[in-house]
Design a protein around this ligand. Structure first.
Ligand code: SF4
Length: 363
């Protein structure tokens, strides 16, 4: 590919699908150029700060059966766990003491009136015990509008719901027939309507995925106007149906590199959103998250789930840091962010600048 070509594309304010596909293929000097442009854009629009969201993976009980996921309902080899309210509140207290600014409550998908009420109560308790200082992000899957509204009213203000692939055909290949693509889209719209800072994301390097599909994923994020994105490389899990297609996968290094390119291109397309450096990057390269921070990401979600439960929340295999306790992660992260030329936004919510702009505009 000619360098001039890429220089021209990178000077544009909006990219076409073909241009994104070209950017996803850059190598050598062109690749360095893409990354340095994304780095510049990040510093210009969201600055050097990296915000922490203490991740509490409080339950691996899930009613769904996504074909790529290690904790899918049909996997009988999983030891199922659910943290008590006290354990969750202690983890949130730890995040507050560490001055993390926010927590993420994440679990497998459960829909019941008892679950809705439990989360609502936990949101109130976390707010109370932190004097309203901790921001709360939820990542609890597809729920009814009423449930989302109750959790928003209780004080949660961000919600992550990854589409995993915006290509409906691919979505159908990686999910059972009763997992509706349209329902997921509707949930994203509902979350935006209610007023959540709304996040989505995709896996990079899935079987059957093409560069064109990945380009469409980025355009999809732009089109639905999300505030936050988390994208990670697909890492196969032996106890899942998708594992049978492992011979068709890109090498793991390519999936890693493609994820970095997706982050860099997205930073150029959606300049002021929050982009998370996914833990799955660290599973492939010990410095994976830091590399993502350098070229566009500005959010890190340190895992503060008590160590004893971490092994059981394996959506993919070789998940990093599963044997560590939260206290060990804290010191480790400070040094890592400094290496990625970032400053940690301690005690700050670090809300999406894009959201602050968007909320005053009609959908
Ligand atoms: S990806 Fe999420 S919803 Fe799907 S099976 Fe895994 S935990 Fe459940």
């Amino acid at each position: 590919m000619q360098m001039g070509n890429i220089v021209e594309i990178l000077e544009k304010d909006r990219f076409s699908k073909d241009e994104i596909v070209k950017l996803l293929q850059v190598e050598g000097d062109d690749r360095s150029l893409l990354f340095s442009k994304a780095q510049e854009m990040k510093l210009l629009k969201v600055g050097r700060k990296v915000y922490f969201r203490g991740l509490i993976e409080f339950s691996n009980v899930c009613s769904k059966d996504c074909y790529y996921c290690g904790i899918r309902n049909s996997n009988t080899n999983v030891h199922r766990f659910c943290l008590s309210d006290e354990e969750i509140l202690n983890a949130a207290q730890f995040a507050h003491q560490q001055n993390y600014g926010s927590v993420v409550l994440q679990s497998g998908e459960t829909t019941s009136t008892a679950f809705t009420a439990r989360i609502e109560n936990l949101i109130h308790e976390i707010k109370k015990q932190s004097n309203n200082q901790l921001g709360i992000t939820l990542s609890l899957g597809e729920q009814t509008e009423e449930t989302y509204q109750r959790w928003f009213n209780a004080g949660a203000h961000r919600y992550l719901l990854r589409i995993e692939s915006s290509n409906e055909e691919l979505y159908r290949k990686i999910h059972p027939a009763d997992h509706s693509f349209q329902s997921r889209l509707n949930c994203l719209k509902t979350l935006q309507k209610i007023g959540f800072q709304t996040g989505t994301g995709v896996m990079v390097g899935l079987p059957f995925q093409t560069l064109e599909i990945l380009a469409d994923d980025l355009l999809f994020m732009q089109q639905i106007n999300v505030d936050m994105v988390g994208m990670g490389p697909y890492i196969e899990h032996t106890e899942t149906p998708l594992y049978q297609f492992r011979s068709e996968l890109w090498p793991i290094e390519k999936r890693f590199d493609m994820t970095l390119k997706m982050i860099a291109i997205l930073r150029l397309m959606m300049k002021d959103i929050n982009i998370a450096a996914a833990t799955a990057l660290q599973a492939i390269d010990p410095m994976g998250r830091e590399k993502a921070v350098k070229i566009g990401a500005n959010i890190i979600m340190p895992n503060i789930t008590p160590g004893t439960y971490r092994n059981d929340y394996a959506l993919y295999q070789n998940k990093p840091c599963v044997d560590e306790e939260p206290e060990q992660c804290a010191g480790c992260l400070d040094a890592r962010i400094a290496l990625a030329d970032g400053d940690i936004g301690y005690g700050e919510w670090g809300d999406s600048k894009h959201f602050l702009e968007r909320k005053n505009k009609p959908l």
